[in-house]
Design a protein around this ligand. Structure first.
Ligand SMILES: O=C(O)CCC(=O)C(=O)O
Ligand SMILES: [Fe+2]
Length: 316
């Protein structure tokens, strides 16, 4: 008999899932209960888990194929491409390339052709205070717009641009340039219909530069309004991490933010997987995108870290 229990922790989104060890194979009944809870609460917290990169992959594959992070091959786990290491630890004597990841409101991989479906993050080390993550419900953001604004946005397309990732340039010119080379601007609908719930969710975030058919000057205030509207406190849940938390969220109907509210001299170390998205966008300018992606990669970013020293450095 399944002992799984779901307790809401936020009104807008968020539930704790207890009575389950996610490192073990999942029963069909538990998988169904989790999927139902995920569709309802959008972000699920599984506290007190003991996971390693392999068991994280094992669990999260239950929800579909995983992204191999080819669009951002900077702090992948040295042995498993599907595991991304979110850390402020030095790697091979160099500052981590993910130390400031996610510090503007966004939905994962929206600057790629196939944005992530869900993302799962497992907390291995955390600062003594802070290092929180916030989530906002984009169904609510859409539902609370005026009918005229909904009409305007339905059918509108937005250009997502990796250059708008907060703090990208602080990761050094080689990483930033390589990130941009691999991720030419892409076009996605401003409103998406969730394939499981059939509900409409706003799909605009701080990485949107323009709307197709509008100039940048016209787009900017609309993007600003929508971003402010969608992250008002009543639409959010703030997660205060504990070591052993696995948090899994739905990128198709939420945005999130790494708050960055912690002492950077303390360690914050997480491992992450992302589910492959269930739909494709398109490049804004397919010819320019192809040419850009064929151009020479930045020297240091070209080769994925895959040696024993890199493994040791990630885990020391
Ligand atoms: O580190 C965090 O709190 C979240 C970072 C992030 O945006 C992500 O993992 O997708
Ligand atoms: Fe993110």
């Amino acid at each position: 008999m399944s002992k799984i229990s779901i307790q809401p922790v936020g009104f807008a989104c968020g539930a704790r899932v207890t009575g389950i060890d996610v490192s073990k194979p999942l029963s069909a009944a538990d998988l169904e209960a989790i999927n139902k809870a995920w569709a309802k609460h959008l972000v699920l917290v599984f506290p007190g888990q003991t996971l390693d990169p392999h068991s994280l992959v094992g669990f999260t594959r239950n929800f579909g194929e995983l992204d191999d992070y080819a669009t951002q091959p900077f702090n992948r786990h040295p042995e498993i491409n599907e595991v991304f290491v979110l850390t402020n630890k030095y790697t091979n004597g160099k500052p981590s390339k993910t130390y400031n990841a996610g510090q503007n409101w966004h939905t994962d991989l929206s600057y790629t052709l196939r944005p992530a479906k869900g993302t799962s993050v497992y907390c291995m080390e955390k600062p003594s205070v802070g290092g929180d993550t916030m989530f906002a419900n984009m169904y609510m953001a859409y539902d609370t717009l005026s009918p005229k604004m909904k009409e305007f946005l339905d059918g509108l397309e937005a250009v997502h641009d990796a250059s708008l990732i907060e703090g990208l340039d602080k990761r050094g010119p080689e990483v930033a340039n390589e990130f941009r080379r691999l991720n030419p601007p892409v076009v996605h609908p401003a409103v998406r219909v969730h394939p499981d719930t059939g509900r409409k969710a706003l799909y605009v975030n701080e990485r949107v530069r323009t709307f197709l058919g509008l100039s940048e000057a016209e787009s900017r205030p609309i993007v600003k309004f929508l971003c402010e509207h969608s992250v008002q406190p009543r639409f959010t849940y703030r997660h205060y991490w504990s070591i052993g938390d696995l948090v899994m969220w739905d990128n198709r109907c939420m945005v999130h933010l790494a708050v960055g509210d912690y002492d950077p001299s303390e360690i914050r170390h997480m491992i992450r997987t992302s589910g492959m998205g269930d739909y494709y966008g398109r490049y804004l300018d397919p010819e320019a995108a192809a040419a850009q992606m064929k151009s020479a990669p930045a020297a240091s970013a070209a080769k994925p870290a895959a040696d024993a020293k890199a493994v040791a450095a990630l885990h020391d």
